[in-house]
Design a protein around this ligand. Structure first.
Ligand code: PMP
Length: 426
């Protein structure tokens, strides 16, 4: 099959993310990927600025991750988790319990970030039932969030930017507080918490959990907010007997410059969702961390079990590659390197700050966001990026990168340089 035949078949038969089957955006055929480079079937090599949506933090075709999978493949690629356990799953749970903040010491494995959010929500609802808080059946969140595309995850995505209107009447209606308004590095003001306090005061008895992406609200706007907001959330949740769920699917494992974004606030949630980079982006896999209180309360009342158990729960290949990925991310040079990446992106992207098309520049950890004044034409912008030898997929008004942690200074300079050149012609 030549490239054109492949693209034609793809266009006629394969759905891509958030894409029309009548008038799809162009897709670029990839032949292979190695380190920070993605090689197209047409021969171009692109520096990856997206880490394949926050996941491939150690680069493509990483020898250590490859070996971990190969070694596990020789032993067993899969076995059901009902009635069995295995070394890769236990080893991974030990690591996760050690790495995650505070008292998160119970681990539930599942398939993807969205499913981890569903699992976290089910845990919160079962917890409230076990506590005889029968009215606590709703969720609360802040506007501007994104938590995935499954049903309950959708219900806590931003009500304007999300898919609420499309499925009106069928997506559960939840409570929304305003988006955290004070930026990271801004001056904190306690009144920031007033709307959430008011919501909890009025409707607290109906709320099982408050869910939020700590510090960085990602796919719904790439907004980076003051960590003290999370301390406020923790305090209010404690005061009103509401569980706090931190969705660290995107921010976990170093992305914001701390191993987990909650650490910026010194806050431990009751439940934490982890995904994406957990396997170094090798395969879809997620983990939900919970406190003993959550786990034991759920288990203390009928049906005395947590009612979720996917077919591929604890998949040994995924656990094996996750073990290798977490070993890599825990190496002492990684967080300092992410701090350097932040500094370099601040330096290289500074020229865009005063460009007429640019409304804001935000950088934290290995995340850099240029917010434009007008929405971008995604297809046109991607073509320009490919011509510049970089892979960036903007959306809405956001032209942003979250490079791999293994990117070199020169590669990062090239990636940011391409952004500056593209924006200087907008
Ligand atoms: N939560 C957050 C914060 C996310 O960014 C995402 C994915 N972008 C998800 C959940 C859903 O993860 P997945 O796409 O693996 O289902």
């Amino acid at each position: 099959m030549d490239i054109n035949e492949m693209l034609e078949f793809d266009k006629c038969h394969i759905w891509h993310p958030y894409t029309s089957m009548i008038d799809p955006l162009p897709v670029y055929p990839v032949r292979s990927a190695d380190g920070v480079y993605i090689e197209l079937e047409t021969g171009e090599k692109l520096i990856d600025g997206m880490s394949s949506w926050w996941s491939t933090v150690h680069g493509y075709n990483n020898p250590l991750l490859n070996d971990a999978i190969k070694e596990q493949l020789e032993k067993m690629s899969h076995v059901m988790f009902g009635g069995f356990t295995h070394a890769p799953a236990v080893k991974l749970a030990q690591k996760l319990v050690d790495m995650t903040p505070g008292v998160l010491d119970r681990v539930f494995y599942c398939d993807s970030g969205s499913v981890s959010v569903e699992v976290a929500i089910k845990m919160a609802l079962q917890y409230m039932q076990a506590k005889d808080k029968r009215h606590a059946t709703k969720l609360a969140t802040a506007r501007g969030g994104y938590h995935g595309d499954t049903w309950h995850a959708m219900s806590v995505c931003d009500p304007v930017g999300g898919m609420h209107t499309l499925y009106e009447g069928r997506v559960p209606v939840q409570f929304f507080a305003p988006r955290p308004s004070i930026p990271f590095g801004g001056e904190w003001n306690d009144s920031e918490m007033d709307p959430l306090r008011e919501l909890f005061e009025k409707r607290g008895s109906e709320i099982a959990a408050f869910i939020i992406e700590p510090v960085v609200q990602g796919a719904s706007g790439m907004w980076i907010y003051h960590p003290q907001y999370l301390q406020g959330v923790r305090k209010l949740c404690d005061e009103y007997g509401i569980l706090m769920i931190a969705d660290e699917v995107a921010t976990g494992f170093g992305r914001t410059g701390r191993m987990f974004a909650c650490e910026w606030a010194g806050v431990t949630p009751d439940i934490m969702c982890l995904g994406k980079a957990i396997t170094g982006g090798y395969m879809s896999f997620a983990a939900v961390m919970a406190t003993s209180d959550v786990a034991l309360t759920i288990s203390s009342r009928e049906p005395r079990s947590f009612m979720h158990g996917p077919t591929f729960m604890g998949n040994p290949l995924a656990c094996a590659v996750a073990n290798a990925s977490l070993e890599l991310v825990s190496q002492p040079h990684v967080l300092p390197r992410i701090a350097e990446i932040q500094k370099q992106m601040q330096l290289y992207l500074e020229p865009v700050r005063h460009m007429p098309c640019v409304a804001d520049l935000r950088v934290l950890g290995a995340i850099a966001v240029v917010e434009l004044r007008k929405p971008v034409d995604m297809a046109r912008m991607q073509k320009l990026c490919v011509e510049e030898g970089v892979w960036i997929r903007p959306f809405g008004k956001l032209f942003y990168i979250m490079p791999q942690y293994i990117i070199t200074d020169e590669q990062l300079a090239a990636l940011c340089g391409a952004m500056v050149r593209i924006l200087s012609h907008e």
